[in-house]
Structure formats: C-alpha cells, structure tokens
Design a protein around this ligand. Sequence first.
Ligand code: KG4
Ligand code: ZN
Length: 348
Amino acid sequence: MKVLGIESSCDETGVALVATRADAPPQLLADALHSQVEMHAAYGGVVPELASRDHIRRVLPLAREVLGRAGCALHDIDLVAYTRGPGLAGALLVGAGVAVALAAALDRPALGVHHLEGHLLSPFLAPEPPQFPFVALLVSGGHTQLMQVRGVGDYALLGETIDDAAGEAFDKSAKLLGLGYPGGPALARMAEFGDAQAYPLPRPLLHSKDLDFSFAGLKTAVLTQVRKLGPGVCEQARADLAASTQAAIVDVLVAKTLRALTATGLHRVVVAGGVGANLRLRERLDAGAARLGARVHYPPPALCTDNGAMIALAAALRLQHGLADSRRDGAFDVLPRWPLAAVSQPGA
Ligand code: KG4
Ligand code: ZN
C-alpha cells in the first residue's frame, strides 16, 4: 500500500510517500518539507494566519515533488493521510482539505491522524527501529510528554508539562539572550563556550514524585539574570547563562525520563521532537540510560521534527492493525485540541 502523508499542523508543510507491506518494514519512498521558520522569525513566533496561507502555497508543489522523486504517479496512491490534530485550526484545515479533495478526485480513501501518534511511531522508519514496548520522550516547541508506548494504538501518558514546552523554554530563554527565533539551536551553540555551573537556575519539579514538567519559572529566572547583567553584558557571561539554562532544562528532562524507565520497568527510550537534536541532552540521556541498562533511540533528524512521513506511517499502521476506518465520503473535520488518549486503546 502506498500512503501519501500531509502534515500541516504548525509551521512546517511536510509531504511524504510511504510504502507498506505486510511482510516487510515500512519504506519511505520520498519526502519533502518546507519550514516557515524564516517567515515567522520576523515576528518572534508563529503567526497562525500566515502559517495557514503558506501551507496553501506549499502543499501541492511539495506533493508533486514527492511523487516525482518517488517515480510514482497520482493514481499509484492508495490512501491519503493528513494530520487531523492537535495543532493550529487554520493550518490543519489546509492539509485536511487538500488531502480529502485529492482522495476524492482519485477515488481513494482518506484518513486523519493524530500528530503525536505520528511522532511516537516515526522511529519505525529509522534503519534500526525499536521494539515495543518503550518509553517515549516527546520534546518539541509545542509538546513535552513522557509516554508508555506498548504497541500501535496503545499509549499511556506518564507525564507532561504543566506550562511551557521544553522547546519553548529554549526559545524564550534564547530570545532573552538576544538570539532570535527559534533560538534553541543557537542557545545550544552558545552554551558550548559557557560554564553550566555559573548561574544557579531552578530545576522545576525535579524532585516531585510525578513525571510532570514545568518550565515557565525557568524563563522568569533567566529574565532576572539578564536584567542583573544589564545591557553591556559580555559574551562570556551570555555563554555562561546559555550553558546554565541548557543544563537546567536537560537535567529535568533526563531525570524524569530515567524515572519513567524505573517506574515502568522498561529498557528502551525513544526521543522525538526538535529538542531531541540537543547534544547535551543526548549525552546525558545516553549515560543515564546506560546506568539503568537501557538504550535510547533517536530517529534520524528529518523524522524528529514535523514531517509528512510520520503521518503516512501512522495511518498505514493504524489500518494494518484494524484501528481506524478510512473514509471516502469527502467529509472531514480537524481537532485543534485532541488528547492522545482519544486514539489510545489499552491492549489494542
Ligand atoms: O519538533 P520541532 O521541530 O517543531 C515543533 O515544535 O513542532 O521542534 C522545534 C523546537 C524549537 O523549540 C527549537 O528551538 C528546538 O526544537 N530545538 C532545539 C535544538 N534544535 C531544535 N532545542 C535545543 N537544542 C537544539 N539543538
Ligand atoms: Zn510535532
């Protein structure tokens, strides 16, 4: 089965073609992505209306590009998958509208997919896919969640952020340090030259018994330090503050992930989302997991961030496991706030 996947929940338009067979691992035939980061940078964050308009401009050319690269024609597509939620309503509507219209024109079914399920299953497109069950750490600009993944469609939320996401904490701190948007990678680069012990920043909920996160207080603490340092702050002090901020975020992410391993008795972790690219996080998590006899899987960078491949894959796996009904009636909706629990069936 060949599945065209369309992702448009936030600021990236992703389209991909994935082939699945009952007797072989799923195969990514081609994918294409357009990131709107530069467009939103001028505003210091994602502007929803601009995001929707840009998805409209990009989605069909990207689909053409994907089919061309895969050497496939429109009529080779067996199913059109799209992100039904969660995300920005207008942005989701673009992908959903195009997907359902395309499916109708081709007389093929369409299927709406949960964005986070896409992230959770994305490692199955990697060269060394993990085995179920595993703990998933989902860390992006919009999400920070720990999940127990027992199989396709069988997910239990272990903990999540009660305020800002980890990526948001990186981005907001970077902005306070004058590093532009999205500042996570820039802050990480600057941190390489800094002393992570220089500023004692809070590690919110580090010692709480649950698996929840809180990053809003960290941003306030960084602001306080930036104000203390004043406008003429030297490069070394900025680097020290960047390193201290990164250390605070990484400490909490690592501690909670290791606690999730202990609590579930599992020995595998999958990290998904843009913050998973952070090298300090990888180092610390690998070392901590090794101490527990566990292994950490990181999907290739292109599958860590938002992409169409994970949407195509999640749709195909759901159908294969009899967990979803694709539809041909052209009707669709989007669910900007859609809890993962709504698509999760224990023991599925
Ligand atoms: O998953 P993603 O590409 O997009 C969504 O949020 O949906 O994640 C983007 C987030 C941004 O907050 C960005 O600053 C952060 O991931 N990020 C990083 C790094 N690379 C990306 N944060 C810290 N260190 C990095 N190397
Ligand atoms: Zn995402």
